[in-house]
Design a protein around this ligand. Structure first.
Ligand SMILES: Nc1nc2c(c(=O)[nH]1)N[C@H]1C(S)=C(S)[C@@H](COP(=O)(O)OP(=O)(O)OC[C@H]3O[C@@H](n4cnc5c(=O)[nH]c(N)nc54)[C@H](O)[C@@H]3O)O[C@H]1N2
Ligand SMILES: Nc1nc2c(c(=O)[nH]1)N[C@H]1C(S)=C(S)[C@@H](COP(=O)(O)OP(=O)(O)OC[C@H]3O[C@@H](n4cnc5c(=O)[nH]c(N)nc54)[C@H](O)[C@@H]3O)O[C@H]1N2
Ligand SMILES: [Mo]
Length: 763
């Protein structure tokens, strides 16, 4: 039970509410972007920096993983990309004087927003056992301290190595190599909380856990279905691509419990027409689904397609798939009654969707966290794969699966081997290249790492980026678990809560961001590479002077640490790797499939596409050698009387746990984050007038309850029975054991909650 709001500032939190917006981007977005950027970086640096985002010779935007178009527009950045850049390129600095002034106990009481506003970390800092303050420490002493602690463990599996998805391919490759030479596969990753369900569902069915469409496919599609995603905020450049597709005649169907502004009407900031004109209405059909109802919806659509003469691609099914009969038997059991109950949709809405589908030869389905963070996420995504397979919508232009990734290199980190369940092929290749015996037992994912910390099975926690304590579920339990560690280490750019809730000893190691020039110890300028959401790999070069003379690149830190931990017993050329990232890419070329001639190919502007057998040749590297239909039991969340189903999502002014500001412009919220969006009819039934306050209590199957107090009730046109509130303030409500089947992803989008009125008006 928690009484203390962990990440929002109650003093500043005074939400003002107006009507939600019906369109997105346009001039206001540019003004907001530039204002945010200038506050952090000043005018000259703003212009210089923003012109370099996503340009062939510039750096990859640290915002989202949406790909760059082939011919980049000069201003191929977006409001939220500009905020992400400004957050990193800020001129504010956290120095040793800051840490001398603020005891850790005080920093723990600060909001995540406040911590982030303090600026860039500038030198390594150490929190000794029992100390009240962080104090400066040299790089050598810091790295030796970590090496000593790691070497003193009884087993390498007592350490866990977390990654957040901004890490470059080069750093990710040396990181996983170091962990495995050290002897563990404990590589928990932010994707365990993110697209893991997509990876599972796609790996089992099409044999590749990644999307099968390229940017140019969007314009070739007859229909794009956007399910469980809010691109207006989280992938704004996707709206430009959707607008292009609409111009080419593509229809768009949106499936979401919320009417998100970006999907309704889009004012393209890259064109004068978009700035001044009426904008483009993107969505042709909006299905306002209940949270968790997607599996039921697609199962019924599949049944209806099976019943229609000529609606299925029988040659594709015969030649390329496996498991059709079992799937068809399961699909035929779908009923209208059950589907209407699970989805909250009307029969007419589903019939319109069916007609639109039947009229479309080529279909792409895009999705993000609205599909991945539920108990039934893996079967729901697999039902979408069934849906696409039925009409041969994979492996041809304008058709396929498009999971839209979050962090800008989260997909690349996985490709480089940041996985707790490595394939034997990866381990064999590492063994051949580097001459050591990698551990074969699977390691810990995020949820299991928290359990292991709680039970003293993991004693050293090491993170490259991210904000583990704030991004993970069950905040109170997780924080208590982390404080049991002997040592916690964070390689970070900005201050966050994970520097304040620490193990017995703690280290902060400051690192370069994407925007900054990276010179190796020998003085040569280096570049890194990243992979976007569509499997395109390209170079990223920072140009700004580093935020301080002491900063080191992630790659340099990890190579130096590996050398100290592994000693002369390691035959890996760690120093050469740090001095020349090209050497790392040469090794990647020999270890990771698809990277042959890596250095040559990445030198081309725009980079290169990784092979994707289902997309390229309709070959499916699954156990059956075919694309697999699946027939999983149909489930959806059942909500007891008087309760609502809560999803935790992002506001327009945040990047995960980084809070840029306290507004959510498109949803009509200003100056506050502790709000809960509730359908007016539910609110009335529950006695919650707009503007009243309520505590949120989540109810878990073991009878335990978790409380997040003091949310302003906002009447909002969400699907009935559903509610929404921001992450990370609500992570305290997510039970550690409430995870998706198979993928073990926390169910951050379906929590059963009750709202208890509080404050002066409560009766
Ligand atoms: N500016 C900005 N950009 C970001 C991020 C950020 O925080 N800020 N985060 C990055 C990361 S790591 C990620 S993973 C992505 C996240 O990108 P999104 O997935 O777009 O992010 P969320 O805010 O979690 O929004 C989830 C959407 O799914 C809908 N939804 C919820 N439950 C259901 C359901 O059961 N069914 C359906 N059909 N829809 C549902 C919600 O209403 C909402 O529109 O964005 C990336 N880009
Ligand atoms: N309730 C709930 N919980 C969720 C989600 C949800 O929808 N609801 N979404 C989940 C998802 S999709 C994700 S991806 C996770 C995100 O989890 P994380 O990736 O762990 O969290 P972030 O907030 O993105 O991490 C921000 C921190 O990264 C550091 N950083 C930024 N850039 C760099 C860099 O270039 N290098 C290094 N070394 N550090 C850097 C900064 O110190 C910054 O404070 O959260 C998950 N948690
Ligand atoms: Mo994510």
């Amino acid at each position: 039970m928690s009484a203390k709001p962990p990440a929002s500032d109650p003093v500043q939190d005074a939400p003002e509410v107006s009507a939600p917006k019906e369109s997105a981007v346009g001039l206001p977005a540019i003004t907001h972007a530039l204002r945010a950027a200038q506050q952090q970086m000043g005018i000259r640096r703003t212009a210089l920096t923003l012109l370099r985002v996503n340009q062939p010779n510039g750096f990859d935007c640290p915002g989202c993983a949406w790909p760059e178009p082939g011919k980049t527009h000069t201003a191929e950045f977006c409001e939220n990309g500009a905020k992400a850049v400004a957050e990193e390129a800020t001129l504010r600095r956290v120095t040793r004087a800051f840490f001398a002034e603020h005891p850790v106990a005080e920093l723990r009481e600060r909001s995540g927003y406040w911590l982030g506003q303090q600026g860039r970390l500038t030198e390594p800092m150490y929190l000794a056992e029992g100390a009240t303050h962080y104090t400066p420490i040299g790089w050598n002493a810091a790295l030796d301290l970590i090496a000593d602690e790691l070497k003193a463990l009884d087993s390498p599996d007592e350490a866990a190595f977390y990654t957040s998805g901004r890490t470059s391919n080069e750093a990710a490759f040396v990181y996983q190599l170091f962990a495995r030479e050290f002897g563990t596969n404990n590589l928990p990753d932010c994707s365990n909380m993110c697209h893991e369900s997509s990876g599972y569902a796609l790996g089992d069915t099409i044999g590749v856990g990644k999307g099968s469409v390229l940017l140019e496919d969007l314009e070739k599609a007859d229909l794009i279905i956007v399910a469980g995603q809010n691109p207006g905020t989280n992938h704004p450049r996707m709206l430009t691509a959707l607008e292009g597709a609409k111009r080419a005649g593509t229809k768009i169907m949106t499936i979401n419990p919320l009417p998100e502004a970006g999907m309704q009407n889009f004012h393209n900031p890259q064109t004068p027409r978009g700035l001044a004109g009426p904008g483009t209405s993107l969505t042709d059909l909006f299905l306002q689904i209940r949270i968790g109802g997607d599996q039921a919806l697609f199962r019924l659509l599949n049944k209806l397609l099976l019943e229609r003469d000529g609606a299925t691609d029988d040659a594709f099914i015969r030649d390329h798939t496996h498991g059709f009969q079992d799937f068809a038997t399961a699909a035929r059991t779908a009923t209208w009654d059950e589907t209407l109950e699970a989805t909250g949709l009307t029969r007419e809405a589903i019939e319109s969707a069916l007609e639109m589908i039947l009229a479309s030869r080529s279909i792409i389905v895009c999705w993000a966290m609205g599909l991945t963070q539920h108990k039934n996420s893996v079967p729901a995504i697999q039902e979408i794969v069934n849906f696409l397979l039925l009409r041969g919508n994979i492996g041809r232009p304008g058709a396929g699966v498009c999971p839209v990734r979050g962090h800008s290199n989260v997909q690349g980190d996985r490709t480089m081997g940041i996985v707790e369940r490595p394939t034997p092929q990866l381990l064999d290749a590492l063994e051949r290249e580097f001459g050591f015996t990698p551990p074969r037992e699977h390691g810990l994912d995020v949820v299991d790492t928290i359990r292991a910390l709680r039970d003293d099975r993991v004693k050293v926690f090491f993170a490259v980026g991210g904000n583990f304590v704030s991004a993970t579920p069950d905040s109170d339990l997780t924080e208590a678990a982390l404080t049991r560690a002997r040592l916690t280490v964070q390689i970070s750019t900005k201050l966050n809560r994970s520097h304040c809730v620490t193990g017995r000893r703690a280290l902060i190691l400051p690192t370069l961001g994407r925007t900054e020039r990276d010179r190796s110890p020998g003085g040569d300028e280096q570049f890194v590479t990243v992979e976007d959401s569509m499997g395109m790999v390209h170079a990223s070069r920072g140009r700004l002077a580093p935020a301080g003379p002491q900063l080191r690149s992630e790659t340099a830190i990890l190579c130096d640490l590996a050398r100290r931990v592994l000693g002369p017993g390691s035959s890996t050329p760690w120093e050469e790797f740090a001095a020349d990232y090209g050497r790392i890419r040469d090794a990647v070329a020999r270890v990771v499939p698809g990277f042959t001639d890596f250095n040559t190919k990445v030198a081309r502007p725009g980079g290169f596409a990784l092979p994707h057998p289902p997309r390229d040749s309709r070959t499916f590297p699954t156990a059956t050698g075919k694309a697999n239909f699946t027939a999983e039991p149909l489930t959806w969340p059942h909500v007891p009387e008087g309760r609502l189903l809560l999803q935790t999502l992002r506001s327009h002014d945040q990047y995960n746990t980084t809070i840029y500001g306290l507004d959510d412009r498109y949803r009509g919220i200003k100056n506050g984050r502790r709000v809960v969006f509730v359908h007016p009819e539910d609110a009335q039934r529950l006695g919650l007038p707009d503007g009243s306050y309520a505590d949120l209590t989540s109810e878990w199957t073991d009878g335990s309850e978790r409380v997040a107090p003091g949310f302003r009730v906002v009447h909002y046109p969400t699907a009935p029975g559903c509610a929404a509130a921001y992450y990370p303030e609500t992570n305290v409500l997510v039970p550690l054991d409430s995870t998706a089947d198979k993928s073990n992803t926390p169910t951050s989008k379906s929590l059963i909650v009750r709202l208890t009125p509080t404050g002066p008006d409560a009766t």
